[in-house]
Design a protein around this ligand. Structure first.
Ligand code: DSN
Length: 418
């Protein structure tokens, strides 16, 4: 940080964040640690360049190297997800989803997505979002929060009644696997396009640890690139095989809703996709799942209720208010105090408000990057529950905090994955 010394205030914030990331345990399931190679590309001079358009079809000159790096990102991500078309320009997940809606729908058209309180995402139709003001969203839910199974009969009934043009599979707080084939069959029945918002599990799909929705015939995948994919903050839109859909999406991203692509981020995406193509990355993804299972076992043993009864992926949603009498907000605060970062989360049928809900959501992508294995993760789960059971015991929390710091120090954040 040789040059940042010129700005001591920003430097101080950055150094504080560096220390926080180093000494604490990151359990927010949508966060991760990127390699130094991704950081270098993301902090590179590609940030200086304007490149409106696409490789070989730009509006400004001087595109020899931006074309090369964007083409690399496109080819690598197509290989990772086994699809024909990719747009790597979305600035993040929300614009990626908006672009798909704008590309395929007319204002007033209907979209079927997962209910937010059952694990869906704000961009799948929450009334406060722009898409919800433009399109009509209808929702499906879990059949039973104790098993997490989706109510596919209910989903089909809503689809038959409302005839959506787009059906979305995907979530930000759902711990089980989806039956993609059922979504595709229902979509074919009503003539809808299928979109899988895989932001949370895209890395696990790329790493072949979870099923690829394209293998069951999904038309489109949207994702962020900074979660399990372990890349820079950004988005992607992938199209399995329809050139017509891919062309509409390209036009909607630029010039439809975005201007100049962030070429430094696209360079960093290319690096992350290169890393995700390695066998080491596939091992990483398998370990994420094993680590989540190790945490699940502790929660089961300790009688703490998990929505969906456990996890098939990288995250767990626990009803800490119902099981331990601690609200999600209290849990988030007290765990922060001992060096565990996670987030409060509403749970299906929550009787509490979104800003102080009953649940917490946590996951294993970031600590797995640090080299945590099943035994370490089980211990983290024990410490997590112990903290909540002793939330007012200062000396107990100090002891836990020290153990957390030791665990973190024993697992330094890696600089490289290849
Ligand atoms: N904020 C992201 C998450 O944590 O899941 C999704 O938008």
């Amino acid at each position: 940080m040789q040059y940042l010394k010129q700005d001591p205030e920003v430097l101080a914030a950055l150094e504080g964040e560096q220390k926080r990331q180093k000494e604490g345990l990151e359990l927010i399931p949508s966060e991760n640690y990127v390699s130094q190679a991704v950081l270098e590309a993301n902090g590179s001079i590609f940030t200086n360049k304007y490149s409106e358009g696409y490789p070989g079809r730009r509006y400004y000159g001087g595109q020899e190297f931006t074309d090369a790096v964007e083409t690399l990102a496109i080819e690598r991500v197509k290989k990772l997800f086994n699809c024909k078309f990719a747009n790597v320009q979305p600035h993040s997940g929300a614009p990626a989803n908006l672009a798909v809606y704008a590309a395929l729908l007319e204002p007033g058209d209907t979209v079927l997505g997962m209910d937010l309180s059952h694990g869906g995402h704000l961009t799948h139709g929450h009334p406060m979002t722009l898409p919800a003001k433009i399109y009509k969203f209808v929702t499906y839910k879990m059949k039973d929060p104790e098993t997490g199974e989706i109510d596919y009969d209910g989903l089909r009934a809503v689809a038959l009644e409302h005839k959506p043009k787009l059906i979305i599979a995907g979530f930000s707080a759902y711990p089980r696997t989806l039956d993609y084939k059922k979504f595709v069959d229902i979509a074919h029945e009503v003539g809808a396009v299928t979109m899988a918002d895989m932001a949370h599990i895209a890395g696990l799909i790329a790493g072949k640890a979870l099923r690829n929705p394209f293998d069951d015939g999904f038309d489109i995948i949207t994702s962020t690139t900074h979660k399990t994919l372990r890349g820079p903050r950004g988005g992607i839109i992938l199209t399995r095989e329809s050139e017509e859909i891919a062309k509409k999406i390209d036009k909607t991203i630029f010039p439809g809703i975005q201007g100049g692509p962030h070429m430094h981020t696209i360079a960093a995406k290319a690096v992350a996709f290169g890393e995700a193509l390695t066998p080491a990355y596939q091992e990483y993804c398998q370990q994420i799942l094993k680590n989540a299972k190790a945490m699940e076992a502790v929660f089961k043993r300790e009688g703490v209720r998990m929505i969906g009864g456990g996890t098939d992926n990288h995250l767990i949603l626990a009803d800490v208010f119902g099981s331990l009498g601690v609200t999600g907000k209290e849990a988030q605060t007290v765990l922060d105090e001992v060096g565990i970062t996670l987030n409060m989360n509403s749970i299906a049928g929550d009787t509490r408000k979104p800003l102080d809900p009953s649940g917490i959501r946590f996951g294993t992508p970031a600590i797995t990057t640090r080299g945590f294995k099943e035994g370490d993760c089980a211990r983290v789960a024990e410490l997590l529950i112990e903290t909540l059971r002793n939330k007012d015991d200062f000396s107990k929390k100090e002891t836990i905090k020290n153990e957390i710091r030791e665990l973190a120090e024993a697992h330094p954040i890696p600089e490289s994955f290849v």
